[in-house]
Structure formats: structure tokens, C-alpha cells
Unconditional design. Structure first.
Length: 433
């Protein structure tokens, strides 16, 4: 079987992950080897990495403005660290070895304590050899609940991931090979939507929090089974909720949907050979008293607006990769002719300064570019600031402007969230003073 056949052969099977969802804040988070049942019964188990016995790790929930306190313990073979993706976090807690902390050695520990100012759907993941550790399962959901959450019957987390498996269910061992690094990363041959809930009733209103935790795959997903709207991207509410069409999630991106259930809720991924079912929430029974108020937008968040007139204008050119042009960096990929972490930051901003960054993709591959510790506006074709993102997808040979108010002091990474690209050059950092 080739990889694609393998992926499609399993399309009809349904399964749920053996994960431990919903942990409170203020607890121990241990990275360790785990055994997971990804494949259907009898087709093998997968030895990978996880937190507290499972991959994804436990869902951490906090309240808006609340404190998250996690004692991280490293029970794996290599050094590690935990990054809290998308949170406007205290820089010392951002979990980036070499920039904000030292990597935690095997057997070591690190206490992460931070406040979560903005509600929304986030996630946490290893930031050490992330191209390998995240692909092996070192990640989990991080949910910050609104002070006044929208009324729904169920709040369901939907982790989208893929894995490159051998036929007996093990992780294919070829991590970090040059082909993955110079092309589109470690794409899996088996993909799932891992659901925190297996069944709902017809007539229920559900909030679906989609998180793309894959290291390379851009998920194109259609949700079936009811009428819904898109209410948030990357944790941040849309000013105007959008109709529910095909959702495109680059690695690390999140999308929140609120949906009124009429039938089993399905998650179908578009592939070149048609739709592939990633997962399904069964519809059992009928809600006798469905919520009948229209689905409302989420409450707006309080982020300082960009000062466009005074914005510093910058270009961040993505370069390299297979079939890419030349650049002067020393690895496969580069930003502005430099590969890897420069000794000095790419830019230094005064706290509160706005930057208008043209993210210019001069390569043959799409890249989802993430800025740590901040959200930014994607600027529309007409020049108006669009919705907030912490990770923006830029297609090959295209560019996208983003407007970011750098208001969070510290040292912040900017990198491609195709983690193989990050590992082979496509990263830099800025400092906010
Ligand atoms: Cu989720 Cu540096 O990234
Ligand atoms: Cu990339």
C-alpha cells in the first residue's frame, strides 16, 4: 500500500482517542512515553510521547484573566520545554529554550505560572526539537473560558492531527530527514479529528473548538450535520461571524464554530481523491428544549488598536526550500537572507509600537507564520485590518500584510509553524522593550 491508500483505507472506521480530557489548572504536567490507540482495534497501538499518560495531553482550562499554574516535569529521554501557543503571556513563561528559558533536562522540572488575559482556544506544545516532539505527540489543548460564555449545550474540542505510521501502527522512524525538511514537512499518512465528546442530541447547540496540532498538514475541513457559524480564529472572536464553509487551518491555527445539530456532526477533510472522514460526533436522541436565540458573536476582546499611520513598515521574505530561489542563509530556509536564530533581534520595538509587516512568500510552499506573545490583524486586499490571528497562512508566491501592535515586553519568536521549516532556518525573533 502506498501512503495515500493507507490513509484512505481507514476512512470508514470511527474511533475515539484514549485521552484524559479536562484537567484543572494548578497541577503537574509530565512529559512521558505513552501508548495510544490511533488505529482501529486489532490494528496495532502507537508508542509515542504525551503528557500525563496521553496524547493529546490533558485539556487545561482557565478562566479569562485567571492564572494558570503548571508544574512541568520532563520524563522523556531528551530535553524539552512547554510553549503556550497564542497566549499573550509573560515572556519568561513562553517556553522557548535558548530565548526565554533553558531547556528542561530529562528528569528536570519547570514551573509555568501565567495569567491568561484573553479568552479563547489555545494549545500547548513542546518547543524543543518540536519537529520531532510535537510529531510524537507532545501537545494538548488550552482553553480560556469567557467571563460570560455563549450559551451552548456542549463545548467540544476537536484536535486535528496526522501521523506518519508504519503498517503495524508505530511512528515511522524517519524523523528529520532532508526531504521533509526541504519540502513540506512531516506529513502523516493517517489523519483524525480527536473529539472530546462522542455523542450529542439533535437540537443541541454545540461549540466546536478546532485545533490543528499537526506539524505540517494544512487541514481543509468541512463540518456537516447542522447549521453553524464561525465565531473565532486563533482564539480571537470575529467582529462579524462568518458563514460556515470550508475551513482552512494551517499548522497551529484554531477555529471556533457554533453549530445547531440536526444530524451526526461530521468532519471531512478535502483530499485530491475526495472527502476523507476525520471523525464524527453521533446524534443520539433529541433535545426537548433547544436554545432558540440566534447564535450571537463572541464578546469582543480588548487589544490596543494598531496605529497605522505611525506603523513601522517591514518586509519578512520567506525564502528557500526545494524549487525555491537562492538565498544567502546557511540552511534550507531563510527569512530575509538569514537562516536560523540571529544573535541580534530582527527588530526592536518600543512597547506599544505598531508594525505593518509584509509577509512575502518567495518559495514554492505555503507557510503559516506565527508571532509569539501577540495577535495581529491580517490586512485585507482593500487595506482594512481584518480578523486577528497569531498564525497566518501565506500561499506560495503570495504575500500578506499584517498589522501588529507589539505591546508585550520581551523576546518573541517569529517562525513558520511547519516545524521542519522552523528547524531548518525559517525563524527569527523580535524584542519589545
Ligand atoms: Cu506554536 Cu513557536 O510555536
Ligand atoms: Cu514553512
Amino acid at each position: 500500500m502506498n501512503r495515500r491508500d493507507f490513509l484512505l483505507a481507514l476512512a470508514a472506521t470511527a474511533l475515539t482517542p484514549a485521552t484524559g480530557w479536562a484537567a484543572p489548572s494548578g497541577f503537574r504536567l509530565k512529559a512521558e512515553p505513552v501508548t495510544t490507540r490511533l488505529l482501529p482495534d486489532g490494528q496495532g497501538v502507537t508508542r509515542m510521547l504525551g503528557f500525563n499518560g496521553s496524547s493529546p495531553g490533558p485539556e487545561i482550562r482557565a478562566r479569562q484573566g485567571g492564572r494558570v499554574a503548571v508544574s512541568f516535569e520532563n520524563g522523556i529521554d531528551g530535553a524539552s520545554a512547554v510553549h503556550w501557543h497564542g497566549i499573550h503571556i509573560d515572556n519568561a513563561m513562553d517556553g522557548v529554550p535558548g530565548l526565554t528559558q533553558a531547556a528542561v533536562k530529562p528528569g528536570g522540572a519547570f514551573d509555568y505560572v501565567f495569567d491568561a488575559p484573553h479568552p479563547g482556544t489555545y494549545w500547548y506544545h513542546s518547543h524543543e526539537r518540536s519537529w520531532e516532539q510535537v510529531a510524537k505527540g507532545l501537545y494538548g489543548p488550552l482553553i480560556v473560558e469567557e467571563r460570560d460564555p455563549p450559551r451552548v449545550d456542549h463545548d467540544i474540542t476537536v484536535v486535528l492531527d496526522d501521523w506518519r505510521l508504519t503498517r503495524s501502527g508505530g511512528l515511522a522512524p524517519n524523523f528529520g530527514n532532508r526531504h521533509d525538511f526541504s519540502h513540506d514537512g512531516r506529513l502523516g499518512n493517517f489523519a483524525r479529528a480527536l473529539l472530546s465528546r462522542e455523542a450529542v442530541r439533535r437540537g443541541d447547540r454545540v461549540r466546536l473548538r478546532l485545533i490543528n496540532t499537526a506539524t505540517a498538514r494544512i487541514f481543509r475541513v468541512r463540518i456537516g450535520g447542522g447549521d453553524g457559524i464561525v465565531v473565532a480564529h486563533d482564539g480571537m472572536p470575529l467582529a462579524k461571524p462568518a458563514p460556515l464553509g470550508e475551513l482552512v487551518l494551517a499548522p497551529a491555527q484554531r477555529t471556533d464554530v457554533i453549530l445547531d445539530v440536526a444530524a451526526p456532526v461530521t468532519f471531512a477533510m478535502a483530499t485530491r481523491r475526495g472527502a476523507y472522514e476525520l471523525g464524527k460526533i453521533a446524534a443520539q436522541g433529541v433535545n426537548p428544549a433547544p436554545i432558540d436565540a440566534p447564535i450571537a458573536p463572541l464578546p469582543p476582546v480588548d487589544i490596543p488598536p494598531p496605529d497605522r499611520k505611525k506603523a513601522r513598515r517591514l518586509t519578512l521574505a520567506m525564502q528557500g526550500g526545494a524549487m525555491g530561489g537562492r538565498h544567502r542563509g546557511k540552511d534550507f530556509w531563510a527569512f530575509n537572507d538569514y537562516s536560523g536564530m540571529p544573535y541580534e533581534p530582527w527588530q526592536r520595538f518600543a512597547r506599544g509600537e505598531t508594525a505593518l509587516i509584509t509577509m512575502k512568500n518567495d518559495t514554492a510552499f505555503p507557510h503559516g507564520i506565527h508571532i509569539h506573545g501577540h495577535h495581529f490583524h491580517e490586512v485585507g486586499e482593500d487595506g482594512t485590518p481584518g480578523h486577528y490571528r497569531d498564525t497566518t497562512l501565506v500561499d506560495p508566491r503570495r504575500s500578506r500584510d499584517v498589522l501588529c501592535v507589539f505591546d508585550n515586553p520581551g523576546k518573541w519568536l517569529i517562525h513558520c509553524h511547519t516545524l521542519a521549516h522552523q528547524a531548518s532556518g525559517m525563524k527569527t525573533w523580535v524584542e519589545v522593550v
